[in-house]
Ligand binder design. Structure first.
Ligand code: NAD
Ligand code: IPM
Ligand code: MN
Length: 328
């Protein structure tokens, strides 16, 4: 039987998770919840307890809301470390972050388990602190291949974003992507962009963008920019996939501590992540489309405060469930 491991996390995480659980129940999908993030640190001293990791590995897919507690910022053990460890443990190297609105339909394919996030880091004897951006050829090849496949399937252009004018790893990145484009994917239109000016393109001409492939840190930043031009973080969902094994599905947003506990967070990003899970993680594309349509309807019918409306989190959830009935 299909089983989903659910990690509500911190802040608004449990609030938006509640709406996702209602949808999972409506679809008859079995699920269990597990401690993860700041709450797990406070209760057990670690953001990713062994039992949580085991449950994720054993599941067909993992649905995660958000982690992060202001009181743990700058502490030696932080919620975010659990998230990085979970991504690494599950081997979900391809993070798909779609951004759609009106004529905009772009997809950022963010490398998720390498680069600046995972390279050597530390403090030298002279007091210098450092982080290192590291990539091997196979790491770049697998993410590039995934992005080419997606672009081919969508019939869109692939833009590879790097900083080849400065960074050594960007030279490897550009060489590998160019090579693959020439040898295996000559049918996919390919171009390259530098990350700084590409950030501007996302703001100025987002409708000109198709599929984007980029390094971990660049993808983190660019996906918040893409979210901002398509309705904000309350709407932005993501799917993190490896080669087999359970995928990890999570909103782009964080735990939003300023609005946590008020019941006003927008659950759309979480519900769209659930739709991505139905599609890419559980092989249930019809339910995925029905849920996507239901969320679109609910955004019209019961918008939350971030969208200029006054619906509560559960108010939007109600609207989604009503509409899901119609589309199912
Ligand atoms: P954030 O994404 O939590 O919030 C940024 C802004 O967007 C805030 O104004 C917030 O109120 C708003 N926002 C975010 N989600 C929303 C929603 N669903 N509905 C309405 N408004 C929403 O980013 P931040 O404030 O920089 O980070 C807060 C914490 O979250 C930090 O600890 C950070 O590390 C963590 N974080 C976690 C994840 C994750 O778990 N995947 C992602 C990003 C940030
Ligand atoms: C995201 C978040 C995470 C990241 C943090 C919380 C580790 O910002 O998923 O975008 O930087 O990957
Ligand atoms: Mn981010």
């Amino acid at each position: 039987m299909t089983h989903v491991a659910v990690l509500p996390g911190d802040g608004i995480g449990p609030e938006v998770t509640a709406e996702a659980l209602r949808v999972l129940d409506a679809l008859g999908i079995d699920h269990t919840e597990h401690p993860f993030g700041g709450n797990a640190i406070l209760a057990q001293g670690t953001p990713l307890p062994e039992a949580t990791l085991a449950a994720c590995r054993a599941a067909d897919a993992v649905l995660l809301a958000a982690v992060g507690l202001p009181e743990l910022e700058g502490q030696p053990v932080r919620p975010e470390q659990g998230l990085l460890a979970l991504r690494k443990e599950l081997g979900v190297y391809a993070n798909l972050r779609p951004a759609r609105a009106g004529r905009i339909d772009l997809l950022i394919v963010r490398e998720l388990v390498g680069g600046l996030y995972f390279g050597a880091k530390g403090t030298r004897d002279d007091g210098t602190w450092f982080d290192t951006c590291e990539y091997s050829r196979p790491e770049v090849e697998r993410i590039a291949r995934r992005a080419f496949e997606i672009a081919r399937e969508r019939g869109s252009r692939l833009t590879s974003v790097d900083k080849v004018n400065v960074l050594h790893t960007s030279r490897l990145w550009r060489d590998v992507v160019t090579e693959l484009g020439e040898t295996e994917y000559s049918d996919v239109p390919l171009d390259h962009a530098l990350v700084d000016s590409f950030a501007m393109t996302i703001v100025n001409a987002p409708e000109s963008i198709g599929v984007v492939v980029t390094e971990n840190t660049f993808g983190d930043i660019l996906s918040d920019v893409a979210a901002a031009v398509t309705g904000g973080l309350g709407l932005a969902a993501s799917a993190s996939l490896g080669d087999g094994g359970p995928g990890l599905f999570e909103p782009v947003h964080g735990s939003a501590p300023q609005i946590a506990g008020q019941g006003i967070a927008n659950p759309a990003a979480m519900l769209r992540s659930l739709a991505l899970m139905l599609h890419h993680g559980l092989g249930r594309p019809d339910e995925a489309s029905a849920l996507e349509r239901a969320v679109d309807d609910a955004l019209e019918a019961a918008p939350t405060g971030d969208l200029g409306g006054d619906s509560t989190t559960s108010g939007m959830g109600d609207a989604v469930l009503r509409s899901l009935d119609v589309h199912a």
